[in-house]
Design a protein around this ligand. Structure first.
Ligand code: FPP
Length: 238
């Protein structure tokens, strides 16, 4: 693919990185080997965004529901996240990438939270790409938290219920500072949203890849974006 036309590149891509476990299982490896291989696909997706001019990349790295997995797998994912953050700190700075998070990150282990805070702080001035990790994230949880924050403002007399608009809701979500995703990629052939960005994906184009996430590499990302560039978005108009 040559350089894509600027207006046909999505500004914000969101990805449900599914199929790590199945990738590992198919090779007779432990599930954590699938997650490790998945971390390499994350690196390629970041590079592809930089090359193609995508400004925001949101990755569903750990869902609220993932807390129900066996403790051993949760520990492996947290360790991987910590390693990822330790190695990405420098790389993100070099590549002008800013890191942010959405989700109830206060529930993550302290060592992860420290690494996150460090990389977020170190990369806060970077401007080429914003990588948003959804960690301990669930859309219904996010909407619940937003509703509580709005209710508290009403209770305090700071907000009139008659003034609650769509924008009021959007401003109280974890994603308040980011544009909505234009394009959602989900791997491993599942046609589900799995409690991911339910509000924010209202008008997103969807792309389902049959590949498991560890097999979804730069060329796959490029092909998905080519598909996006051929679509016509109408936002409910004719
Ligand atoms: C879904 O595969 C993937 C996850 C639950 C975790 C995603 C995490 C990574 C890609 C690790 C690296 C990311 C960072 C940011 C360090 P699954 O386990 O549900 O696969 P399955 O459906 O085949 O079991």
């Amino acid at each position: 693919m040559g350089e894509a036309l600027p207006d046909s590149v999505p500004q914000h891509v969101a990805i449900i990185m599914d199929g790590n476990g199945r990738w590992a299982q198919a090779r007779g490896l432990p599930r954590k080997a699938g997650h490790r291989a998945g971390a390499e696909s994350v690196r390629e997706a970041v590079d592809a965004c930089l090359e193609l001019g995508v400004s925001f990349l949101t990755l569903y790295a750990f869902s609220s529901e993932n807390w129900n997995r066996p403790q051993k797998e949760i520990d492996a994912l947290m360790k991987l996240l910590e390693q990822f953050l330790k190695s990405k700190g420098k790389e993100f700075s070099k590549k002008n990438v800013r890191l942010r998070t959405i989700g109830r990150t206060n529930l993550l282990p302290p060592s992860c939270r420290e690494q996150l805070a460090k990389v977020i702080n170190d990369t806060s001035g970077n401007t080429a790409l914003t990588v948003i990790l959804a960690l301990s994230y669930g859309s219904r949880e996010e909407l619940t938290d937003a509703t509580r924050r709005i209710a508290l403002k009403v209770q305090a007399g700071e907000l009139d219920p008659a003034d609650i608009e769509k924008e009021t809701i959007a401003r109280h979500l974890d994603t308040a500072e980011f544009p909505d995703p234009d394009f959602l990629i989900r791997t491993s052939g599942e046609f589900r949203l799995s409690n991911f960005l339910l509000w924010q994906l209202s008008y997103a184009e969807l792309f389902i890849s049959p590949k498991n996430w560890p097999d979804f590499r730069k060329t796959d990302f490029r092909e998905a974006l080519e598909d996006y560039s051929r679509r016509q978005r109408r936002f409910g108009r004719v």
